[in-house]
Write a protein that binds this ligand. Structure first.
Ligand code: GLU
Length: 308
């Protein structure tokens, strides 16, 4: 595209088109606290490598990022531990629901990838083994790359999820039975529920994920977050595994690496161009934000900025 794209005009126009359509889907209610969220919230933010930061709607309202946090815990574990993390978790799309137990039986407790619940629990277990205080170090890591000390866990959401977390508790104990959880499953689950409860705005999400967009990104303390080669791999995993069993569809329609969460957030990356976050709590049948999917499909179509 010859002339510079006016991203503000593009996001405004898609936003208003989508607002004029029916808001379809269902809010995640299996975590009681999440069912209290206003289903009509809708926010978008884009941040470019040129440092443009543009938003519309509820882009500065905090929401529960849920599984989007799994990319951040994976990044921290990769940074601290390196390539040996791949001995305990795979890099293949699961083609199953995010909380499925099925493949673990045949795969001997090695989760298919780090972005499904089972894989994220194994990553949490690694972080507990390799840090003094995993919840504290994880939060510090996120605050540091976002340059925002106010980012925090939500106790009410973590407790709410824990109170009904029967399937996650089963998953963690099942993996433990294969020896792929080294610590006490209760500790691992507490950290897992906390990690998922982090709250951020769309604006904070786009800032946080710039380390996967920009090869020369440094955190405020002038440290590289990941090696270029590591960032490449994390983006590849988001591309193939970031949207539950709708990852192929997201690649097909949107064509960017990304990750969704059951709080209705979607974060997507265009390496060397921008990060973009959309939040709308109503989810489609596969558990991804309905409006978020629609928005991003239109966005990469209009701006011709799919990576393909
Ligand atoms: N904490 C949620 C769970 O384990 C995360 C799900 C998601 O956002 O994919 O069920």
């Amino acid at each position: 595209m010859g002339s510079k794209i006016n991203y503000q005009d593009v996001i405004n126009s898609i936003y208003h088109d989508i607002c004029s359509e029916e808001n379809i889907g269902h809010i995640a209610n299996y975590i009681p606290e999440l069912s209290k969220v206003d289903p009509n919230k809708f926010g978008v933010c884009i941040k470019t490598v040129e440092n443009e930061e543009l938003g519309i709607g509820d882009w500065q309202t905090k929401f529960s990022i849920q599984s989007i946090s799994k990319v951040l815990s994976l990044s921290l574990a990769y940074k601290i531990i390196g390539d040996s993390i791949w001995e305990r978790v795979g890099v293949e799309p699961s083609g199953n629901a995010f909380n499925s137990l099925i493949q673990l039986e045949t795969d001997n407790g090695i989760p298919r990838n780090p972005l499904i619940n089972a894989g994220a629990m194994v990553i949490c277990d690694m972080l507990i083994s390799h840090t003094e205080n995993a919840p504290k170090e994880f939060l510090n890591f996120v605050r540091n790359i976002c340059a925002n000390r106010k980012i925090n866990y939500s106790k009410s959401i973590a407790n709410s999820e824990k109170s009904v977390g029967y399937r996650n508790i089963a998953l963690c104990n099942f993996i433990k039975s294969f020896g792929n959880i080294k610590n006490d499953p209760k500790l691992v689950l507490d950290f897992y529920f906390q990690m998922c409860s982090i709250e951020m705005t769309c604006q904070e999400l786009t800032r946080t994920f710039m380390f996967l967009v920009n090869d020369s990104f440094e955190s405020p303390d002038h440290k590289r977050v990941l090696e270029v080669n590591q960032a490449k791999r994390i983006n590849a995993i988001m591309q193939t595994c970031g949207f539950y069993d709708e990852s192929g569809e997201f690649s097909f329609k949107v064509g960017l690496p990304g990750k969704s969460g059951v709080g209705g957030g979607i974060l997507a990356i265009h390496p060397n161009k921008y990060s973009i976050a959309v939040w709308s709590p109503k989810l489609n049948k596969k558990g991804n934000s309905s409006r978020g999917m629609k928005f991003l499909e239109s966005f990469t179509t209009i701006t011709k900025s799919s990576i393909f």
